[in-house]
Ligand binder design. Structure first.
Ligand SMILES: Nc1nc2c(ncn2[C@@H]2O[C@H](COP(=O)(O)OP(=O)(O)OP(=O)(O)O)[C@@H](O)[C@H]2O)c(=O)[nH]1
Ligand SMILES: [Mg+2]
Length: 454
């Protein structure tokens, strides 16, 4: 998702962090790069212009030269503006006081309506609702059957009749009453392009149902076409929002970043794969941090919250900042990480990690080996691995049931990690108040630092 745009931002921010001080010229240069990155991502030109001028205005007003960390301030502003163009707040469904709450899905052929209907029904079920799926696509004989199959997977009943879309819609209201269902999700027919017949049919279905929510389902991979489609539908149908599908295949992000600003309606839900579970409320803030290459910090924090011992983490972060991170801390961190679940998923969410590392296949079993090696070291060796000479190496290898080559590899990796931790810091003199001056004032991003970016 958004890989190419995310790569661009990562590069821009790395360069920005590398600057000693940020004046107007440096900020303008970065903004020029951001502008180009957004245009290449197929973001609507008017949206790009507005975005860049908004960020520039705020950067100038922020008095960057006096701030503790100018680069971080710029990133913070970019992040906030990105959240804003993505819609600001996530949409919260309000349910009809007189059930059922009706959700109507419309869209072009193949945009993902039927799949989204089933996913949405599963989502409502998870919210504790009793949804009923309605098959009002009678264009293709197979359409209702497809909905039944998907509904079956979601464990949601499908209602349809071989009459016409409008009477199916009317009857579905009675059916919801009869079965005590409080949410109706209505799948409609798609067309190859927007034509009068399609609009007319959806409009009549809509008139019969008076839906609380009319969502347009659009394929994110179609970029600006998706935005144009949304504009056209909104003109006739008064959309409440958009369900953006196939985000998993969208490397650029143009549709996601333009829809809200151009159409004036938010992205309500996002679909990120073919499986029923690849679907959720669209969270602008999470999406922004993903685009900015900061990883999906919120998701990570949520995962971590349940397992992570904050005190240990804070202590480790402090030691990192002070350049005192030892193999002992490393071991402690590993214990924490192990509690959080499979490593590969977690690494992908971490900000600042080089891509090679994120994509490296990780064998959780290897962790055990690493642990054994560190445990075979003396406290002195753990604190200062440089004292590990040939004979110590052999002793450690024997003690941990590994080879000296494996011990070497670990020590090398650790050294590399220490170096990298320094590398991803935000630069000299950029610590938080009170931390400045310590060992060159290097700061390594901690959860707390990144939290301040949101
Ligand atoms: N990768 C991916 N595929 C998706 C996603 N959503 C839907 N699809 C696939 O897109 C294809 C079309 O989806 P449908 O739900 O049948 O689309 P539709 O809008 O109902 O199509 P019509 O009824 O013909 O107008 C199917 O093969 C889906 O599996 C998604 O988020 N990611
Ligand atoms: Mg369909």
């Amino acid at each position: 998702m958004f890989e190419s745009l995310s790569d661009r931002f990562e590069g821009i921010f790395t360069r920005l962090r590398g600057r000693g001080r940020l004046g107007e010229a440096e900020v303008d240069e970065a903004l020029g790069e951001i502008r180009l990155a957004l245009l290449e991502a197929d973001v609507n030109l008017a949206v790009v212009r507005r975005f860049v001028s908004q960020v520039r205005e705020r950067c100038v007003g922020a008095d960057l030269s006096k701030s503790l960390s100018p680069a971080q301030q710029v990133i913070k502003i970019v992040n906030e503006e990105l959240v804003a163009i993505l819609g600001g707040e996530a949409l919260r469904i309000t349910y009809a006081s007189q059930p059922p709450t009706v959700v109507l899905l419309a869209g072009l052929q193949g945009s993902g309506k039927t799949t989204a209907a089933a996913k949405l029904s599963r989502w409502f079920k998870q919210q504790g609702r009793q949804p009923l799926l309605v098959g009002a696509d009678l264009q293709r004989p197979a359409a209702v059957e497809q909905l039944r199959v998907l509904g079956g997977q979601a464990g949601v009943t499908v209602f349809s009749e071989p009459t016409d879309p409008v009477s199916v819609a009317r009857r579905s209201l009675e059916e919801a009453q009869r079965r005590g269902r409080d949410v109706l999700i209505v799948d409609t027919a798609g067309r190859l392009s927007i034509d009068e017949a399609l609009m007319d049919e959806v409009r009549r279905v809509s008139d019969a149902l008076h839906p609380q929510y009319t969502f347009l389902v659009v394929d994110a991979m179609t970029g600006q076409d998706a935005v144009a489609t949304a504009e056209a539908f909104h003109a006739t149908l008064e959309l409440d929002g958009v369900v953006l599908t196939k985000l998993d295949g969208d490397a650029r992000g143009g549709a996601a970043l333009s829809v809200k600003e151009v159409v004036g309606r938010p992205i309500a839900f996002a679909s990120t794969g073919e499986k029923l579970g690849d679907f959720d409320t669209f969270y602008p803030d999470r999406m922004a941090s993903r685009i900015l290459g900061m990883g999906d910090m919120l998701t990570l924090i949520e995962t971590a919250e349940q397992h992570y011992d904050e005190e240990t983490a804070t202590r480790a972060a402090e030691r990192l900042q002070e350049g005192q991170f030892t193999l002992e801390d490393f071991l402690e961190q590993m214990q924490q990480i192990k509690k959080m679940g499979p490593l590969t998923g977690i690494l992908g969410m971490l900000p600042g990690l080089p891509k090679e590392m994120k994509n490296a296949p990780i064998d959780d079993g290897q962790l055990g080996q690493v642990e054994a090696i560190i445990r075979s070291m003396t406290p002195g060796e753990r604190r200062d691995p440089t004292i590990v000479n040939g004979s110590r190496r052999l002793r450690i290898a024997n003690g941990s049931g590994s080879t000296t080559a494996q011990v070497n590899a670990l020590l090398k990796q650790f050294k590399e990690m220490q170096r990298m931790m320094k590398g991803v810091g935000v630069g000299k003199g950029s610590g938080r108040p009170g931390k400045k001056g310590k060992r060159g004032g290097r700061v390594t991003p901690s959860l707390a630092d990144l939290g301040s970016l949101r």
